[in-house]
Design a protein around this ligand. Structure first.
Ligand SMILES: C[S@@+](CC[C@H](N)C(=O)[O-])C[C@H]1O[C@@H](n2cnc3c(N)ncnc32)[C@H](O)[C@@H]1O
Length: 426
């Protein structure tokens, strides 16, 4: 299989069909046997998503008219070609000839000359990367830049730059199996450099590794989870024998962490998306954990739950995912400005409803992987204003105790962007 042709297919599916990279990429990767080829395919697809506006401008400037309809995939192939010229160490002649060959493999024989010509022109001109406007300079849609400028007037550039860094790999030690210190020693014996993170079981790897190389990964000794996401279970602070709801649970990283954190927890893991719930079941199985996994709507709990109210609720709400662009650069192109109002509306609806199902004295932890105040501090402030029996419990880690909730920005202590607000009832 031609890796550039597969990359063009992935980019086409994301940009033209709206599929996420995490769905489109593995489908094409499984056509390759070799892990090096798989890694190159990922690098090309992630790279194009990160640098899209600049690549698009360089390619479009060399074309007399844009490719349309079915030929659009050749435009995406050109982006892949251009990415190789600017951002990889692949020699230009190899990048160009392999990309032209990919055009043949995609069955656009008639456009091979165009691909060759455009890429040769780009190589010959060797122009600096275009930075004519903010979208080009920051490889980010104007509407996101506008919102970040408003939210982070002094640091928005830094926030965007951090969203374009390659994220590190974090592990969560499974406290049921061994202490974090023991797992750090096991990693060190396997010659894997790692350090402890700030939350109880977080481990930061110096270099990303295939999970197959991690000591006892299959036996559940550790899980892959960003350092920011690992604060959820710690801030929720589950106690032995409690009844806990994970209201938006899939794929289940935080559900598993909650179960690892205390004894005899009765965990109800709910999600709207049946397919993603399968991943919750797989994760529970790998870690030998048990939960009630329910396909249901967190905004209509009485339709699937006849039991008691919950001692604690984790609401890891559906959100813009603007805090995790460094892991999912396709978010920049898949999310649309109008989505934010709709998401904020859905979040407040689920929050109000879950609150009804929390016992007096109980804790609800509201979380998002967003960095937009509309989904975070503003959302929680509005909730507090309309909910007399709710109070905010300050999170120790907040740098400013006066802000509503804890906003983590991308790159802060090597973590993803995340938001937490701890709410107490009565
Ligand atoms: C941020 S993800 C959750 C990640 C998960 N907590 C974890 O750590 O693995 C948000 C989830 O909310 C789910 N969701 C969206 N609307 C929902 C609803 N009305 N009820 C339940 N789940 C919903 C989505 O399917 C998605 O899986």
């Amino acid at each position: 299989m031609n890796i550039r042709a597969l990359a063009a297919r992935v980019v086409f599916q994301v940009l033209e069909k709206g599929l996420s990279l995490s769905v489109a990429l593995p489908e094409q990767q499984q056509k390759l046997d070799n892990s090096k080829d798989k890694a190159l395919l990922a690098e090309l697809c992630y790279g194009v998503m990160r640098q899209l506006p600049q690549l698009d401008k360089l390619v479009s400037d060399c074309m007399s008219k844009p490719l349309k309809g079915k030929q659009r995939i050749v435009h995406q192939l050109l982006l892949v070609g251009c990415y190789q010229l600017y951002f990889t160490r692949i020699p230009s002649h190899a990048a160009i000839s392999e990309t032209a060959e990919a055009c043949r493999k995609l069955k656009f024989e008639g456009l091979v000359k165009v691909v060759n010509g455009v890429l040769r022109t780009i190589q010959r001109q060797d122009k600096p990367l275009p930075t004519d406007n903010d979208t080009l300079a920051f490889n980010t849609p104007a509407w996101i830049i506008k919102k970040l400028k408003a939210a982070y007037p002094d640091t928005w550039q830094h926030v965007i730059e951090q969203s374009h860094q390659r994220p590190p790999m974090w592990l969560r030690n499974n406290a049921r199996k061994q202490s974090r210190d023991t797992y750090l020693s096991m990693l060190s014996e396997a010659e894997i450099a790692a350090t402890a993170g700030a939350s109880h079981n977080a481990i930061l790897l110096e270099q990303a590794k295939d999970v197959a190389q991690l000591p006892q990964f299959d036996q559940g000794a550790a899980s892959v989870q960003d350092g920011a996401a690992q604060w959820a279970a710690q801030l929720l602070d589950p106690q032995d024998n409690e009844l806990i709801l994970d209201a938006c649970a899939a794929p289940g990283g935080k559900s598993c962490h909650i179960l690892e954190s205390a004894n005899n927890i009765d965990l109800v893991a709910v999600d709207f998306d049946a397919k993603r719930l399968e991943r919750v079941k797989q994760n529970l199985q790998r870690l030998s954990l048990q939960a009630q996994v329910i396909h249901g709507d967190a905004a209509a709990i009485d339709t699937w739950w006849q039991g008691d109210k919950f001692d604690r609720i984790l609401l890891d709400a559906p959100c813009s995912a603007t805090g995790v662009i460094r892991r999912h650069p396709d978010i920049k192109w898949l999310r649309k400005q109008n989505d934010i109002d709709a998401l904020a509306q859905l979040q407040s609806q689920i929050l109000d409803h879950c609150w009804q199902w929390l016992k007096p004295g109980g804790t609800l932890l509201y979380a998002t992987c967003s960095i937009l105040p509309q989904e975070n501090a503003q959302q929680v402030s509005a909730f507090l204003a309309r909910t007399p029996d709710a109070s905010l419990v300050t999170i120790e880690q907040q740098s400013d105790p006066l802000t509503v909730g804890w906003q983590i920005v991308p790159g802060q202590d090597n973590m993803d962007g995340f938001y937490y607000a701890r709410l107490k009832k009565g």
